[in-house]
Design a protein around this ligand. Structure first.
Ligand code: NAD
Length: 296
């Protein structure tokens, strides 16, 4: 029977993929060490779902799940910026060694298709907006570098071993189950949580930095389309092609704000060129930030 392996499936984005596939009655296996993911994220989706707590940076029983009837979505990673500067070893272990292990296992099993979730942070501070996939790669911190190294591994395995694989470079993803707490939580979840607690929204720097915010439902659809195409050995941006400043985001939520110091290496702007996603994945985003904050 066909099955879908989702590494990092207990995390924010992975849990939405689990939800979408379970809804379609697909057989799903989640591999996750719960370092940042939560079982709560997927406990509702019981049908046809198996959960294995495992660390992909080490070989273990999880490799037995792979066979020639599998589709693999590889999302498991440590995914914060500042913590990656403080602890690069953990990031290298999960994001690079982990990707190597998942890839080797997928290749040995002869899986049907492999989708790697990469990050737009590989562009660093690009000189072209909207930023196409051909832009120079220039990671500014270990998280970005380790995600890029993972992507290089995947592209190499596609070329050398003919593994049918695509890499999707996500921009800033938001939506239900996004991280809400912690100093480095992504801005939309963090602001919503701060407003709920009656605290001021902590705007980094002057708040005029702009981000291409992409709704998680759109991201899930891009993943599904990527799984169904026959393209391989390519990277594809998954963003909206529109961006908003952090001040604009704050204005949807509260006018109780405070400015805090800027962080190292963060781009002033992110903005995806999504022509390739339009063409290869037959995909375009449907949910705008305005829809999210003001659905009526
Ligand atoms: P998340 O932290 O919610 O999900 C990551 C999941 O991976 C977690 O469930 C975590 O427990 C698991 N994990 C981490 N290390 C592991 C290991 N060694 N073994 C097994 N499981 C492990 O983060 P997310 O935002 O859902 O991100 C999912 C993927 O999307 C990541 O690869 C991230 O780099 C990528 N991405 C996210 C965004 C975004 O805006 N959220 C943007 C670009 C790329």
């Amino acid at each position: 029977m066909i099955k879908y392996i989702i590494t990092g499936g207990a995390g924010f984005i992975g849990s939405h993929l689990v939800q979408a596939l379970v809804k379609k009655n697909k057989k799903v296996v989640v591999l996750d060490n719960l370092s940042t993911g939560r079982l709560d994220n997927i406990k509702k989706y019981r049908n046809n779902k198996k959960f294995l707590k495992c660390d992909i940076s080490k070989k273990g029983k999880w490799i037995n799940e792979f066979n020639s009837k599998c589709y693999v979505f590889h999302l498991a990673a440590l995914a914060d910026i500042v913590p990656s500067i403080q602890n690069p070893e953990a990031y290298f272990s999960s994001n690079v060694n982990g990707t190597f292990n998942v890839l080797q296992t997928a290749k040995s099993a002869g899986v049907k298709r492999f989708i790697y979730i990469a990050s737009s942070s590989c562009y660093g501070i690009p000189d072209q907006y909207p930023t196409p996939e051909t832009t120079e790669i220039s990671p500014q911190y270990p998280y970005a570098l380790t995600k890029r190294l993972g992507e290089e591994l995947v592209m190499h395995w596609a070329k050398v071993y003919k593994l049918p694989a695509l890499s999707l470079r996500f921009f800033n993803v938001y939506g239900p189950r996004q991280p809400l707490k912690g100093q480095y939580a992504p801005v939309i979840g963090l602001f919503e949580e701060q407003a709920k607690r009656g605290e001021p929204l902590t705007i980094v720097g002057d708040g005029e930095q702009r981000r291409d915010f992409t709704h998680v439902n759109d991201v899930v659809e891009a993943n599904m389309n990527a799984m169904m195409t026959n393209y391989s050995g390519m990277v594809v941006n998954v963003g909206t092609g529109v961006n908003h400043s952090v001040n604009e985001v704050a204005s949807y939520i509260s006018d109780n704000t405070v400015n805090i110091p800027e962080r190292p290496g963060e781009a002033r702007e992110t903005l995806a060129n999504i022509k390739r996603a339009n063409n290869l994945l037959d995909w375009e985003p449907k949910i705008t930030l305005e829809d999210y904050f003001d659905p009526n």
